[in-house]
Design a protein around this ligand. Structure first.
Ligand SMILES: Cc1cc2nc3c(=O)[nH]c(=O)nc-3n(C[C@H](O)[C@H](O)[C@H](O)COP(=O)(O)O)c2cc1C
Length: 305
């Protein structure tokens, strides 16, 4: 396969491969980079960070389900000030570009975190809109207006590319994506986890201490692919990162055909932290089988019936 065959372009960002490690599944990236072959990744996203320290939810915070898993970590993190202090040197010496992820209860909080991430040296910042806002307690991603306010605030605060990460439960994902694109989003991550719930029959308790949590893994793939498909149809010029249930090279090809320019893999890293090498090997094998010589050739090539 030619040297540049795996290169991906995501709006203003050039990636050496279309595979990105998703936020929350590779820690602060540096720990994971000590054991994984990060040369197989175009970027890796650190765990979301908030304006002040968040303790997260009490255990149990993760639980396997028949297919995939539930998590309700509650975005445990040390707050942006401490994070930036701990991460600056690690980011500058990282063998893989590190992206940051911002979370907050209001637009000013998102901007504060994004500035801190930028000053610590991240290549891009994801705005995690799958958290509740302070005013009405609803997920930002559910409202075009609130998502727009966050994107306006963050994009005027930083000079690096800003990506909006949306929930697959967003009622009108095209309307929200349109609002975020107008407010300066350089790319989208579609999607975060879906709302999920599980319980035990024996003690009749929820699987997670917080009750409802985020569902991820292979079962999320058709749901997130639907989001990529619909947003790509409505906004063909907006760069998309597909995310949901990616565990094999063939999954990447499907997301690219549906309209994504790159993908993020999350849950697979919890079971197989070194998955990237295998996934990229499988991607190259499938590209050869399909007679495709570059990743870019696949993007948005879905045919109608
Ligand atoms: C344990 C765990 C923690 C996560 N933490 C975050 C987070 O802090 N910020 C975020 O934007 N997404 C977070 N996610 C969501 C993932 O980044 C990803 O969007 C989601 O899991 C779907 O991809 P997957 O099916 O490949 O896991 C987390 C997912 C898991 C499983």
């Amino acid at each position: 396969m030619a040297r540049d065959a795996l290169k991906a372009t995501l709006g203003p960002l050039q990636l050496r491969t279309p595979l990105i490690a998703a936020s929350g599944t590779v820690g602060g990236v540096w720990e994971w980079a000590e054991i994984a072959d990060v040369s197989k990744y175009g970027a890796a996203v650190a765990k979301s960070v908030s304006p002040t320290p968040w303790e997260g939810r009490p255990p149990p915070r993760v639980a396997p389900t028949e297919v995939g898993m539930l998590n309700g970590i509650g975005i445990q993190n040390p707050g942006i000030e401490q994070w930036a202090q701990d991460m600056e040197a690690r980011i500058s010496s990282s063998a893989v570009p590190i992206w940051g992820s911002a979370v907050a209860g209001d637009p000013d909080g998102f901007a504060l975190v994004a500035k801190g991430l930028d000053s610590a040296g991240v290549t891009a910042v994801e705005v995690n809109l799958s958290c509740p806002n302070l005013e009405d307690g609803e997920m930002f991603s559910f409202s075009a207006l609130r998502s727009r306010q966050v994107l306006e605030s963050v994009s005027s605060a930083v000079g690096i590319p800003v990506g909006a990460k949306l929930s697959p439960n967003t009622p009108d994902i095209v309307a929200v994506a349109t609002a975020c694109a107008e407010a300066g989003a350089s790319f989208f991550v579609l999607t975060n986890t879906a709302l999920g719930f599980g319980l035990t029959r024996d003690d009749r308790k929820p699987l997670l201490s917080g009750g409802v949590g985020g569902y991820s893994g292979p079962g999320l793939k058709p749901i997130a692919l639907r989001c990529v498909y619909e947003v790509s149809r409505a906004l063909p010029d907006v760069p998309l990162v597909g995310c949901g249930g990616i565990s094999r090279g063939t999954d990447i090809i499907e997301y690219l055909i549906a309209g994504a320019s790159a993908v993020e893999a999350g849950t697979i890293h919890l079971a197989e932290p070194r998955a990237g090498s295998r996934i990229i090997r499988e991607l190259e094998k499938e590209m050869r089988r399909l007679g495709v010589t570059s990743v870019a050739e696949l993007v948005g090539t879905l045919e109608d019936w």
